[in-house]
Write a protein that binds this ligand. Structure first.
Ligand code: ADP
Length: 454
């Protein structure tokens, strides 16, 4: 993969994970704060209800008759309440005396039950759907089908002078949860708006921070690439002069013993191999570093494929392999670096010849669809196992090292082919079956004929 694209992808991944972790922490924090606020409001509300119930309880208890019907007493004590089975006449001015501490009476309702659980009195503003059947539970949340929710508290009342502690009845006080719910809704809205905003900010800053984090890595990578390129350059000159010297010695002095001649030939062969390796490494490094396409021009693929088929024919005949080509008559042009495109296709043909045995076939074709040119190099050679097919494009990867070394392979041929294809916005694929042969396909974007002739 192109270095720049690789670094861009790493930066994106880094930013993504950073944003995801920070976003997760922020969301958890937001939900935690929301929960704490709701809990605090809830507890404050219950404390308030409990304290009002206590005040009422304390002021009611000493006045409650022991056995007599409580109706008269209740009417006197709480004229604001409606008595059961009696017309409800409210004189609101009096209630304040009995509901000390209640800041807004509309928020509360009161209900009185006898000790058997029969409803005796209730405030007229109680929710209409509230059941008259007594429920002993101390805390209840009333959820009417329509309207506000209520939190209801139930406490026992004892009549005055009651020594055996049996209850006179029950007092229920309910408080509307409308304000509480509205407040919760408000907090949820604030969170709902601020959280996505915060997440967007986190994503933006992650992108920036990932750039900062990647910078030293990118610089050190570039330094390393530069070092490799420089080292390869430095190695090239002494190697070239060494080879020239060996060649000269071999040519001039024919009086060597056959052993020395063999040794010098080996030195020359290895030197050439090393030189080829350095050239390949330099090309790969350039392909990854360079982003400029200044030297690109329109190339005719028909000529390129025909030339290469002709060039390799001799080699194929020597190896007793049947090499044929099928190039479409329609002219196909692509934009690119011609010598690199030659290198790309020649690497595949050279491999096909190397990994095909005597008497087998190699077929090279060039076809095109509307926008894509397709070059295939197909052989009936040794084939490649499925698990190796991904790996053969890695640098220095060779399936059978001994065989590759014998044929002079370095394991860089397909890595170079892949890098050239990617640089030309193309795709290189392989299909192969062990013992049956391989099918390499190069797909490249076509340029229009008018552009080719302009
Ligand atoms: P090498 O220089 O060793 O040929 P390449 O990168 O060109 O390196 O190829 C990598 C490996 O892929 C080779 O070692 C070889 O085993 C396998 N390979 C490549 N082309 C073919 C082919 N046409 N048929 C079978 N195996 C192939």
């Amino acid at each position: 993969m192109n270095t720049r694209r690789l670094f861009a992808r790493s930066r994106l991944q880094l930013a993504f994970w950073y944003a995801l972790v920070m976003g997760g922490i922020l969301t958890l924090l937001g939900l935690g704060v929301y929960r704490a606020i709701v809990q605090a409001n809830w507890m404050a509300l219950e404390r308030e209800v409990e304290s009002i119930a206590g005040t009422l309880h304390d002021s009611l208890e000493p006045m409650l008759p022991r056995n007599a019907s409580p109706t008269g007493v209740l009417q006197k004590m709480l004229p604001d309440l409606c008595l059961i089975n009696q017309p409800c006449q409210v004189t609101p001015t009096l209630i304040e005396r009995h509901t000390l501490g209640i800041s807004d009476r509309r928020l509360y309702y009161i209900r009185l039950f006898d000790y058997q659980g029969n409803l005796l009195a209730f405030s007229p503003n109680q929710p209409s759907s509230l059941s008259p059947i007594f429920n002993k539970e101390i805390w209840q949340t009333i959820q009417p089908p329509k309207g506000d929710r209520y939190r209801q508290f139930t406490t026992i009342l004892h009549s005055a002078g009651n020594t055996n502690q049996s209850s006179w009845g029950y007092l229920q006080i309910g408080r509307s949860l409308a304000a509480f719910d509205t407040e919760n809704q408000r907090i949820l809205w604030i969170l709902g708006i601020s959280l996505p905003l915060a997440l967007a900010l986190v994503a933006l800053s992650s992108w920036g921070l990932a750039r900062l984090a990647m910078r030293p890595i990118y610089q050190s990578y570039q330094q390393q690439q530069q070092f490799t390129a420089n080292a390869a350059h430095e190695l090239r000159s002494p190697l070239a002069s060494l080879l020239a010297t060996v060649e000269a010695v071999l040519r001039i002095d024919s009086s060597h013993s056959p052993e020395i001649n063999t040794m010098l030939n080996t030195v020359e062969r290895q030197g050439r191999r090393l030189s080829q390796l350095i050239t390949d490494l330099l090309l790969l490094s350039r392909l990854e570093q360079e982003t400029t396409v200044e030297d690109w021009r329109v190339c005719c693929l028909n000529d390129l494929v025909s030339d290469l088929a002709e060039e390799f024919l001799e080699l194929a005949i020597a190896a007793d392999i049947d090499l044929s080509s099928d190039v479409t008559s329609k002219e196909i042009y692509v934009l690119g670096n011609e010598s690199q495109l030659y290198r790309l296709v020649s690497n595949l043909i050279a491999n096909a010849i190397q990994y095909t045995t005597v008497g087998e076939n190699i077929r090279i074709t060039l076809t095109s669809s509307e926008e894509i040119a397709t070059i295939t190099v197909q052989d009936t050679g040794i084939g490649i196992a499925l698990d190796q097919q991904e790996r053969i494009f890695e640098r220095f990867y060779r399936i059978n090292r001994d065989r590759s070394r014998k044929t002079g392979g370095t394991g860089l041929g397909l890595a170079i082919a892949q890098a050239i294809t990617v640089k030309h916005q193309g795709v290189l694929n392989v299909e192969s079956e062990l013992g049956q042969g391989s099918w390499f396909t190069i797909q490249l974007p076509i340029v229009s004929a008018s552009m080719a002739h302009s």
